[in-house]
Design a protein around this ligand. Structure first.
Ligand code: GLN
Length: 306
């Protein structure tokens, strides 16, 4: 029976209000620090096309690292298992922008969801498309069914001007031979990739193919075969929320991907994709109220992949 999630989303929206002032907005990208933390949105996109929303679900935000999910899907769809010779599939246990592991692991990032891994994926896309960032934007527009999605140029510039760590990561990988394009090209494209803005509804819809065995729910277009889709779900569970993935699996129990803009998209395989946004982050860089909202969602609905 099709469940009506409206009351649940409304009550979650109410419950998390007290948490909004407790998180810290990301400040290492100056443009993101200007966003008010007192915002919260949630949207569930069901595979049968129903959409439930509450709070600031229509408000655009910087999706940041969540684009790593779509970039991986595009690279995996085009290149298949070849990508795994350049990036691993293990949780890093380190912050998403850490450099330390890369040095003793010979420039092979632990997984595609930390910055190093996302830079390698961007490099793979750059070898395949004239402009990787544009190809990715078009891919996400198609997945979100929203041709108006775009980069936020101010956010991209702001990140580029302060991208010292990402430059360091890219140079280290270049030295190890795991970055084929010029460092500058990849950092610039990656900053633009991260600056894409979406709202919760668009984000949930864009990720819904991953809850639907790899095909777009409304027209059946296959993005990934079922096995590859299952594998991306596994990576989301183990690596999608930085070094808090274990705690997230414990508390929420769904595959998910987060970003420092305060967004998180999670999947209930076979049923729906759900996106939350609240800019205040916890110490691991995940949205404080967003994680709590998803924890409440799976608790109130008894949903979990376990
Ligand atoms: N653009 C951000 C960075 O590279 C993305 C990080 C994130 O969302 N975790 O630092």
């Amino acid at each position: 029976m099709a469940i009506n999630y409206q009351l649940i989303l409304d009550s979650i929206c109410d419950e998390v209000k007290g948490l909004l002032s407790k998180g810290k907005v990301a400040s290492y990208i100056p443009q993101l620090s200007a966003v008010s933390p007192l915002q919260f949105g949630i949207a569930a996109y069901c595979l049968d096309g129903r959409v439930f929303t509450a709070g600031d679900a229509q408000k655009k935000f910087s999706v940041q690292s969540i684009t790593k999910l779509f970039a991986l899907a595009l690279a995996f769809a085009r290149e298949g298992d070849k990508i795994w010779s350049r990036v691993g599939r293990e949780p890093s246990g380190n912050p998403f922008n850490s450099l330390s592991q890369l040095e003793y692991e010979y420039g092979i990032p632990r997984n595609p969801f930390i910055n190093a891994g996302a830079l390698v994926i961007h490099d793979i896309l750059a070898a395949r498309f004239v402009q990787a960032d544009i190809a990715l934007l078009q891919f996400i527009r198609m997945l979100a069914r929203q041709p108006a999605l775009d980069f936020d140029k101010a956010v991209a510039l702001s990140e580029h001007q302060t991208a010292h760590r990402n430059y360091a990561i890219a140079h280290l990988m270049k030295d190890f031979g795991n970055l084929h394009n010029p460092v500058e090209t990849i950092i610039e494209g990656y900053c633009r990739q991260c600056s894409i803005t979406m709202n919760c509804i668009e984000l949930a819809r864009a990720a819904s193919f991953l809850a639907n065995h790899g095909s777009i729910p409304w027209d059946g277009t296959r993005i990934l075969d079922a096995s590859s889709s299952k594998r991306l779900n596994a990576l989301m569970l183990t690596c999608g929320t930085y070094d808090a993935a274990g705690d997230f699996a414990y508390r929420v129990g769904l595959p998910a991907k987060s970003g420092v803009g305060g967004g998180i998209v999670a999947l209930v395989p076979g049923e729906l994709a759900i996106a939350v946004w609240s800019p205040g982050l916890d110490a691991t860089g995940n949205s404080l109220a967003g994680v709590m909202a998803l924890e409440r969602f799976t608790t109130l609905t008894a949903r979990s992949i376990f």
